[in-house]
Write a protein that binds this ligand. Structure first.
Ligand code: ZN
Length: 146
């Protein structure tokens, strides 16, 4: 669960992004952001949709998809395609940088953080004279049988 300060900063960033890009600042969009920042771990649109049905704001799936696109664009949310299941999302502001290991037979997703990935990005930026915007690294594995 995100603490109040993290959510309030994410909310400010989203508000500025919406203003600067000429999108409407609807209460539904902020409710979706709140729901995402209260949630820990990965979720797909169906999970988010059924969770929001319990809350104050009834939002359509179209609104969810649309808002997720905006949140991806301003880097408040990350999107993953772990296998042939639905796309998974997670909050990304003030969340430790991490990548994922997917256990093939169970679909379990493990998170890991390795500073060498930061180094690889820095090396690539230098080598190609680029600025890395984001990256995606999924490792697919199976548990060892003893
Ligand atoms: Zn993750």
């Amino acid at each position: 669960m995100a603490n109040a300060e993290t959510f309030s900063q994410a909310r400010d960033m989203f508000e500025i992004y919406l203003e600067q890009n000429g999108h409407r600042k609807t209460p539904e969009r902020f409710a979706i952001l709140q729901e995402i920042y209260d949630y820990s771990g990965h979720f797909d649109v169906d999970q988010l949709y059924s969770q929001m049905k319990e809350g104050e704001f009834r939002v359509s799936k179209a609104t969810l998809y649309n808002t997720l696109e905006l949140l991806l664009d301003c880097n408040l949310v990350r999107k993953h395609q772990f296998d042939n299941k639905n796309a998974q999302y997670e909050k990304s502001f003030r969340v430790a940088q991490h990548d994922h290991v997917i256990i093939a037979d169970t679909g379990e997703v493990l998170e890991f953080c390795d500073p060498r990935i930061q180094q690889i990005k820095a090396t690539l930026e230098e080598l190609f004279d680029i600025e890395v915007l984001h990256h995606s690294l999924n490792i697919y594995a199976k548990k060892r049988t003893k």
